[in-house]
Design a protein around this ligand. Structure first.
Ligand code: GDP
Ligand code: IMO
Ligand code: MG
Length: 434
């Protein structure tokens, strides 16, 4: 493809700017047309990225969203936590859709950490044991415990999977403390290392041909002038450091992690695209200042089909929060914004946008940094006129109702970032490029 025809012309990191489910899958799928390599750099199968092409809908949890494009290389970086069983199931599902997902174009870093059965068990037991406001509402996929083992230096890496003796030793080590927890604290049966290995072994064998040096793949690709797309999962405010701690996931979701999580220098990624949903949603617990617990919230949930793509839970819905997004801009420094789900706002007589927060008698332009500070703020809203027209068929800026254009211009003005893509429906074709 000629450079001038590309919708992405430099290596780009795509991240979610809110609490996940902004529509990253759709945007990555679109940009993949111009990319050569797509790499995931964090998270695991807690993600649910939806791709819609014509009548076909596919939800990917682990494999990069670029996989639908024939011939593009898809990489899973070292920063990801990978469940071998889920990986194999996803490859099989792609085959059902006649999509080639073999080791010639789909590759896993040897350094990727593996999610083990005991991670999933611990994740679920912890959530069950927590009561009410303490519950994080994790996806139960073992994400947190897998990252804990990585930091504790007892994690299992994908490269270990082809060495049964090493695996058995590492599983024994991994279970040493966890079995005490299982038996004495959670009062469930301890796990036998050998049985754990026997459960994993069939997947381990299938996975081995996919292993590679992702860092070297990126280096070689870049040397040939290939374009790289870094696919983020979750959202900025689920980031382990910068999100609404402790109601966060266990990895860095911000753009800065694209290089560490894939094994390249920070300047290989030249641009950042922040995906922003035209309103706000959140799955799981945690503060959400603009949440709507009234009929407008129900309207957004129903019209936007806001159900978690991984757990099927209803997503909490609320107005767009520009104070939260100003923080996302500060944390990711995006060059451009892709604004999604604008079509869902059609039909609302009035649209509100949070411009700042009131907190302990003061006005704040950004979220407070105290733990759970965001649960104590009151949003300061600006009210805008809505629009009645259905915009799902609109394909040009001029074709949008005046009120919708003003809404986008306000976002650009406050965030000092250009809205380069506007999405008006789940399908690839329902997109405006500005
Ligand atoms: P991700 O996790 O960021 O990839 O987002 P999800 O796939 O979990 O959730 C986004 C949902 O919105 C999916 O069901 C998409 O098919 C859908 N979607 C994406 N863009 C649009 C849009 O512009 N309008 C509408 N109505 N749906 C969209
Ligand atoms: P995508 O990539 C929305 C949320 C969970 C929970 C918290 C911690 O589709 O945007 P975890 O299982 O990660 O330990 O759960 O994070 N969460 C997501 N919410 N979209 C996601 O991914 C999410 N991945 C995790 O609901 O509140
Ligand atoms: Mg999702």
């Amino acid at each position: 493809m000629k450079p001038e025809n590309r919708i992405m012309s430099k290596n780009t990191v795509v991240i979610g700017a809110q609490w996940g489910d902004e529509g990253k899958g759709k945007i990555v799928d679109l940009l993949t047309e111009s990319a050569d390599i797509i790499v995931r750099f964090q998270g695991g199968n807690n993600a649910g990225h939806t791709l819609v092409v014509g009548k076909q809908k596919l939800i990917l949890h682990l494999i990069p969203s670029g996989i639908l494009h024939e011939g593009k290389k898809c990489l899973i970086g070292n920063g990801v936590v990978l469940d071998p069983q889920v990986f194999c199931a996803e490859v099989d599902k792609l085959r059902e859709f006649s999509i080639a997902a073999g080791p010639e174009r789909l590759k896993i870093s040897r350094k990727t950490q593996v999610i083990m059965p005991y991670h999933k068990q611990l994740d679920s037991l912890r959530e069950e044991q927590k009561s009410g406001p303490e519950k994080i509402g994790t996806t139960g996929r073992g994400i947190g415990p897998a990252y804990e083992d990585k930091a504790a230096r007892i994690g299992i890496r994908a490269v270990d999977l082809s060495d049964p003796d090493l695996m058995l030793r590492k599983i024994e080590q991994g279970l040493l403390e966890k079995n005490v927890l299982f038996e004495k604290y959670y009062q469930v049966k301890p796990l036998a290392p050998k049985e754990v290995w026997e459960r994993i072994e069939p997947y381990a064998q299938k996975l081995t041909p996919y292993l590679t040096d992702v860092s070297s793949e990126l280096e070689q690709g870049a040397a040939k002038g290939e374009l790289i797309l870094f696919e983020g999962a979750q959202g900025t405010h689920l980031d382990i450091d910068h999100g609404t701690y402790p109601f966060v996931t266990s990895s860095n979701t911000v753009a800065g992690n694209a290089s560490a999580g894939s094994g390249c220098g920070p300047i290989l990624a030249r641009e950042v695209m922040a995906v922003v949903k035209a309103y706000t949603t959140r799955v799981g617990s945690g503060p959400f200042p603009t949440e709507l617990l009234d009929e407008t919230g129900v309207y957004l949930q129903e019209k936007g089909s806001e159900f978690g793509a991984t757990t099927g839970r209803k997503r909490r819905c609320g107005w767009l929060d520009l104070a939260l997004l100003k923080e996302s801009v500060r944390l990711n420094a995006p060059n451009e914004i892709a604004l999604t789900k604008l079509d869902v706002l059609s039909g609302l007589p009035e649209i509100k946008v949070c411009m700042a927060y009131r907190h302990e008698g003061r006005e704040l332009a950004h979220p407070p940094q105290k733990e759970n500070g965001l649960s104590a703020v009151e949003p300061i809203y600006q009210s805008l006129p809505g629009w009645a027209e259905d915009v799902a068929g609109v394909r040009s800026w001029e074709g949008l109702p005046r009120a919708a254009r003003d809404y986008i211009l306000l976002i650009e003005d406050v965030l000092k970032t250009r809205v380069a893509i506007v999405s008006v429906g789940p399908d690839r074709s329902q997109t405006l490029f500005r």
